[in-house]
Design a protein around this ligand. Structure first.
Ligand code: FES
Length: 536
């Protein structure tokens, strides 16, 4: 038995009982499922047009009564048992109830700055140009409805995995920089084409767009000079928000940047997280190669960039890998031994393959964080990060005590653990320096927001146990998904949001860690693991 599901102008034939998210994603990604379709992240939110099926327990847990009333449902939990017409909800990544981010999933104030077409649809493009991937969304500028989302790899990766390698290439000459600019623009243009096909829309209907990205990606996409970004003090060529005419695109508003390593993505994330409003003390952390840390306290906004390196993305870790099938994503100490959870793969028929330890091929960022916390708890690693043969799980130590066997064929070496320690130390030092700049301690933090994919997956208790985050109640730590992309959509849909982004960027007090007098001392302390029981 099959049912017809209509979404964004396309019809999907869906076997009875299949979860809606799986049905929509059969051919290509259509809705995001960053929590692994476990009903925990709201990112797969859809609005059922017409009579909506009864809410599931996860719907009731994640959605407010008003949202349920409006026909909102989690696509990952909805098992198709009838013909349906659904709309993907804009910026569903953020949880308004838990993170007080109502603007994004509540009614968005749709008042676009772009002139709309006198008749027919007027669409807008929100682009998030990342170092690894480019994400795009097509929105209806009259209703705010998200018609299509799509993601692609940034082809600049061929010129170097990280920002600095690409900048070094770009500064070799005009031709090299032009090559990088052309590569990313071509990929973004192809992505726009995919979005149009997904939404059943014409290029002429797209009247405006927004673009965010870290400062290097922003400059390379816009074709701005990058020489000053490639060497200390890493000064951007421009910082203001600007409307750009780029061939192949509608007029694009590029959000402002703050500094060489605090880019338009950070401004967009701060906008989405409403760091310019309210009077709570809020820390926003985007754990990445260049981790961005923002702190709002007493009406002021502080920001810094923490050079964490690629450890959280699996780089510099001997068996590190991105979160995908075969990656150890969680490690626990059960009182006697270490236990791992592995991301399962898919069988040829689309079912889930076993995710037991035997399926492990490597370890991803969340697994690494958990592993460090579990090793501390098991007594296999001391506060300085040195492995030691102690406790009931001591048999896990191999290679003359220089590695831990996590699963058949997967080891974490002392060197891996040192790389992790440097990464978490850099992020934590950035947090501490900002807390000092604001003259407060961690106990003053009302909320800690974790932006980016990693934030959705990491175990909050492990983040505190390893000292990646300061000692706060894990309940106050909230993953907010791709907040930069959410900010790009806001700035597209709302004139006021665009103005707020400008004001926000101007108000940020940028703290340069490399030259900060306290940084070395704070970093050395942040390298150590917290004393047992020093948590919140
Ligand atoms: S994918 Fe549905 S709630 Fe996360």
């Amino acid at each position: 038995m099959q049912y017809r599901v209509t979404a964004a102008g396309r019809v999907f034939l869906v076997p009875a009982g299949m979860p809606l998210a799986q049905a929509l994603n059969q051919q290509e990604p259509f809705v995001e499922t960053p929590c692994g379709a476990r009903g925990q992240c709201r990112k797969c939110l859809v609005r059922v047009l017409g009579e909506a099926p009864a809410p599931t327990p996860a719907d009731r847990e994640q959605l407010t009564p008003a949202e349920l009333e409006q026909g909102l449902r989690l696509a990952c939990q909805l098992r198709v048992d009838r013909d349906l017409t659904v709309a993907v909800v804009p910026a569903a990544a953020l949880d308004p109830r838990k993170a007080s981010l109502g603007r994004l999933t509540g009614p968005v104030e749709v008042d676009p700055w772009a002139p709309l077409r006198p008749s027919g649809r007027s669409l807008g493009l929100a682009l998030d140009v990342g170092t690894t991937g480019i994400a795009g969304a097509l929105l209806d500028l009259r209703t705010g409805e998200e018609l299509a989302v799509h993601a692609a790899l940034n082809p600049q990766a061929a010129y170097g995995a990280d920002v600095m390698t690409r900048l070094s290439y770009a500064i070799q000459g005009e031709a090299q920089q032009a090559e990088l600019t052309r590569a990313v623009r071509e990929a973004a243009e192809a992505l726009l084409g995919r979005l149009l096909r997904k939404a059943g829309a014409e290029r002429g209907e797209v009247v405006a767009g927004t673009v965010v990205g870290n400062t290097a990606m922003h400059h390379l996409f816009l074709g701005l000079p990058v020489a000053s970004l490639a060497a200390a003090p890493y000064t951007p060529a421009v910082t203001d928000g600007r409307l750009c005419d780029i061939p192949g695109f509608p007029p694009l508003y590029a959000l402002p940047v703050v500094a060489g390593f605090v880019g338009a993505d950070a401004v967009a994330a701060a906008l989405a997280a409403e760091l310019d409003e309210g009077d709570e003390t809020v820390l926003l952390v985007d754990v990445g190669t260049n981790g961005e840390v923002l702190l709002r306290h007493a009406g002021r906004l502080y920001a810094c960039s923490a050079p964490a390196g690629p450890a959280f993305e699996g780089g510099e870790i001997s068996q590190g890998m991105r979160a995908g099938p075969g990656a150890i994503e969680a490690v626990r100490f059960d009182g006697t031994d270490l236990a791992v959870t592995v991301i399962p793969g898919r069988t040829a028929g689309g079912g889930l393959r076993s995710g037991g330890p035997a399926a492990a091929r490597g370890i991803c960022g969340s697994g690494l964080l958990d592993a460090a916390a579990a090793l501390l708890e098991a007594g296999l690693m001391d506060r300085t990060g040195r492995l030691r043969p102690a406790g009931p799980a001591a048999h896990r130590l191999v290679e003359a005590g220089q590695a831990v066997a996590l699963a058949p064929g997967v080891r974490l070496t002392q060197k891996d653990l040192r790389a992790f320690q440097l990464a978490k130390g850099a992020i934590r030092a950035g947090i501490e320096v900002l807390l000092r700049a604001a003259g407060i301690g961690a106990s003053a933090l009302d909320r800690v927001l974790l932006a980016g994919a990693f934030g959705n997956y990491l175990r909050r208790e492990s983040a505190v146990a390893t000292g990646l985050l300061p000692p706060v109640d894990p309940e106050r730590i909230l993953p907010i998904g791709n907040a930069a992309a959410a900010g790009a959509k806001l700035a597209l849909l709302s004139r006021r949001a665009r103005e707020r982004a400008e004001a926000l960027a101007r108000s940020v007090q940028f703290v340069e860690l490399a030259t900060h007098p306290d940084f070395e001392e704070v970093f050395l302390e942040a390298l150590n693991y917290p004393r047992a029981g020093a948590g919140a």
